[in-house]
Design a binder for this molecule. Structure first.
Ligand code: MN
Ligand code: MN
Length: 306
């Protein structure tokens, strides 16, 4: 029976490409594996797969009775809803260890690096398996995406090294130009329904018993979002009304290296507790803040706990 390899809900490029790569590596070292996704490709991921001639993973949301490997997450909130009815056999990730648990020992590769793609590159090396050219290119793009072209505080030397080696395998001559092309695709908002923009890169968290949603849109210039900002604010109000304590939407300018945070919360004072900027719910500018994982989630977790 093939194992299913799946990334988190609202899959990003890392979740998609890590699933593809781990399924490839698994099938060459252990047994049958198939990469799937918990949702459709976002425009950036579609661009990357198309660029390297890789088929999109099938969208699967039911895993009862299946063996499953999680990539790019280990939080139940981001895992398939019926994970408890599946058998977890592996985790490949680069986030804080989540709350999944298993009755049996499993293979776990969780590294404190900027991207699951970096972990996968090192796994291929560990198992002595050659990385297919297309997968190398896709993993390289995932690293450029997750580390915002090496600018994010989450970026490590291991990420840079992996990206350079992957670029060489894939025959990418100008990695940064490819990164800019990718972020331009990611920045495009025209013709996208507002709700899709909110959920394009969105995660729910349990913070001290409160359900908190945090989305992020990364653009090469915040002015791209001028025409949709009011509608985004209104939409996160609706998302909050669906049973959440707070919803935050990070509008991240990757060139200015900062984030405008849209806020809707039962208690906006958590923003002041988290970032030292007072607000009664109006958006705030957070200079130097680009990483949800490292700069936003931990601050909010502390703010909600205290
Ligand atoms: Mn991800
Ligand atoms: Mn990732």
């Amino acid at each position: 029976m093939a194992i299913y390899v799946v990334g988190h809900k609202n899959p990003d490029t890392d979740s998609i490409t890590a699933a593809i790569a781990y399924a490839d590596l698994y099938s060459k070292t252990k047994g049958e594996a198939v990469a799937v996704a918990q949702g459709a490709l976002n425009p950036e991921s579609a661009f990357v797969l198309e660029k390297f001639g890789i088929a999109a993973p099938e969208v699967v949301n039911a895993f009862e009775g299946k063996q499953i490997a999680l990539v790019d997450h280990s939080d139940l909130a981001q895992a398939p809803d019926d994970l408890a009815k599946a058998e977890l056999v592996a985790i490949v990730d680069h986030h804080k260890l989540g709350d999944v648990t298993t009755p049996n020992p499993i293979e776990i590769w969780v590294w404190p690096v900027g991207c699951s793609g970096t972990v996968l590159k090192n796994m291929y090396d560990f198992y002595g398996v050659e990385i297919p050219k297309g997968i190398a290119g896709a993993l390289c793009c995932a690293i450029l995406s997750d580390t915002v072209m090496f600018k994010s505080v989450t970026c490590t030397d291991a990420d840079k090294k992996a990206a350079e080696e992957l670029a060489k395998i894939a025959g990418i001559t100008d990695m940064m130009a490819l990164g800019m092309d990718m972020f331009k695709v990611k920045s495009a908002v025209e013709g996208t329904p507002i709700r899709d923009l909110v959920f394009r890169d969105y995660k729910d968290f349990d913070m001290s018993g409160k359900k908190v949603g945090i989305g992020q849109l990364e653009v090469v210039d915040l002015s791209i979002l001028d025409g949709v900002k009011a509608a985004l604010q209104e939409e996160i109000g609706k998302v909050k009304a669906e049973g959440r304590h707070s919803v935050f939407l990070m509008l991240t300018d990757i060139m200015k290296e900062g984030t405008e945070l849209l806020i809707v919360s039962d208690d906006p004072v958590v923003v002041e507790k988290a970032f030292g900027v007072s607000t009664s719910g109006d958006p705030v500018w957070l200079d130097g803040v680009m990483s949800r994982k490292k700069q936003v989630v931990p601050n909010f977790e502390k703010a909600f706990a205290g």
